[in-house]
Design a protein around this ligand. Structure first.
Ligand code: ATP
Length: 438
């Protein structure tokens, strides 16, 4: 291997000090156990690309579970172990997670044989990975801390901005890598290498994507839709004829491009307006991606992706509901705030954004925006216990009264607790008396 490059300088530039210390701690612990520890994979790739990434993956030449347990005990963190796979996750109090995998030291089969060379098991571990850019490792043991280990030309491919597989059967072994290749290519503005692109096309032609399990296909699609900007990857999927793996009639065209651009706009509007509200933005893209399929085609896609039936029903409900609202409700002039509330309240934020994307007229988007800003969180001041104190007998009547009251509140008919009390007394006087009398 010759002299290896040391990347402690880049680490000092790119990583928080406590992360570097953590890596050193891993190295020292490994040393004490007679193991070797390496930081590997996307973490190192991103280190060299100067992209922040604190998803740390450690490979241990030795017993990874014993290593994780020892670390957890020494530093008082939690270790979740998966015996079957010889892996563990270290969970730090601040939420940082470190994956620990085992590259078992392997010995020659016959008695008295010499153990495998020092890097035997690390190299094998890395050889199973998807692309050369993900095969870089950095040694953590004290004597060699920061040494970059590059068995498969990962550094050169990072420099060349190339996504390359390690061997010709890579995509046949695992066709999800085809989608991963597109994702990494577009994320980093790299290019899939010529030979790798050929292998991808062959694997697609062989129909191997259709052999993939639905869960895995769904997971890879989700990963793509979770990218900062999924549009380029979707376009590239179109070029590689990967969209057909989801449904033959799915295609990337100018309309899809326009819809995706709108998704991007509404997501950034929402995220800027409601900083603290969680949003699964990839779900908006998902809904848009399949929005132009017929119901029958949609069912085929959702079955293909092994989406649970309850979720399928919700998706179909969303499409139907959005169609209905755009076709009728939003055509009515001057809806009252309470009507808007009742129309939009059943939607999750992702579904509201989908509605905004589907809407062709600006008015609809303005109404949804109003709803999000002004109506969504409106509540009555009176609660069930107040109704009880007023003498109403507990029962389904409560929700009728409170709904009525909420409508009044939304429409500006009542603005305070006192006015709410007045409103209820005025509208439900008979009942009030009846219950008071009993
Ligand atoms: P991201 O930044 O998207 O998390 P990552 O490179 O960390 O990218 P993960 O999906 O978290 O990707 O996978 C961690 C590592 O496991 C990768 O670096 C890759 O080498 C390896 N890996 C993941 N999926 C596969 C696969 N299908 N085939 C081979 N190796 C894989």
């Amino acid at each position: 291997l010759g002299r290896r490059k040391n990347v402690t300088g880049v680490m000092a530039e790119q990583l928080p000090r406590d992360v570097i210390q953590l890596l050193k701690d891993f190295g020292e612990l490994a040393e004490g156990l007679g193991y070797k520890a390496y930081a590997v994979g996307g973490f190192i790739r991103d280190l060299l690309l100067r992209r922040s990434n604190l998803d740390i993956d450690i490979v241990v030449e030795g017993d990874g579970i014993r290593f994780a347990r020892a670390f957890a005990e020494k530093y008082g963190v939690r270790a979740r172990c998966h015996k079957k796979f010889n892996t563990a996750v270290l969970i730090f109090p601040d939420g940082l997670k470190v994956d620990v995998a085992t590259a078992r030291l392997e010995y020659y089969q016959y008695p008295a044989a010499l153990p495998v060379v020092q890097f035997g098991s690390l190299k094998m571990d890395l050889y199973r990975r998807d692309f050369t850019i993900n095969t870089l490792a950095v040694a953590l043991n004290p004597e060699e801390f920061g040494e970059l280990i590059d068995f498969f030309g990962g550094q050169k491919d990072i420099k060349d901005k190339a996504v390359r597989v390690l061997h010709n059967l890579s995509f046949v072994e695992d066709p999800t890598r085809i989608l991963r290749a597109v994702r990494f290519e577009q994320r980093f503005s790299f290019k899939v290498g010529k030979q790798t692109a050929g292998l991808m096309r062959n694997t697609v032609k062989m129909g191997l994507l259709s052999k993939l399990g639905g869960h895995r296909l769904f997971h890879e699609l989700q990963q793509i839709l979770m990218e900062e900007d999924p549009l380029p990857a979707i376009r590239r999927m179109g070029e590689f004829e990967l969209l057909a793996a989801f449904h033959p009639s799915l295609r990337y065209d100018a309309h899809m491009q326009a819809l995706f651009a709108r998704v991007k706009e509404v997501i950034s509007w929402y995220e800027l307006s409601f900083l603290d509200e969680p949003l699964e933005s990839w779900w908006v893209y998902f809904l848009v991606l399949f929005s132009r399929l017929s119901r029958k085609e949609l069912k085929q896609v959702l079955d293909r992706l092994e989406i649970p039936l309850s979720r399928q029903e919700r998706i179909v409900w969303t499409y139907n509901r959005v169609d209905h609202l755009l076709g009728t409700f939003f055509r009515l002039p001057d809806p009252r705030p309470s009507d808007i509330y009742r129309a939009l309240q059943p939607f999750r934020p992702e579904e509201l954004l989908f509605l905004m994307v589907q809407a062709t007229c600006e008015d609809v988007r303005r109404i949804v925006s109003h709803y999000c800003h002004r109506y969504r969180h409106v509540q009555t001041e009176l609660k069930g216990r107040d109704l009880k104190a007023m003498g109403f007998p507990p029962g389904p009547l409560y929700s009728r009264i409170l709904n009525d009251l909420l409508d009044a509140r939304l429409n500006g008919q009542v603005r305070s607790r006192a006015e709410e009390l007045e409103f209820v007394k005025a509208r439900w006087p008979v009942l009030e008396k009846a219950s008071n009398g009993s």
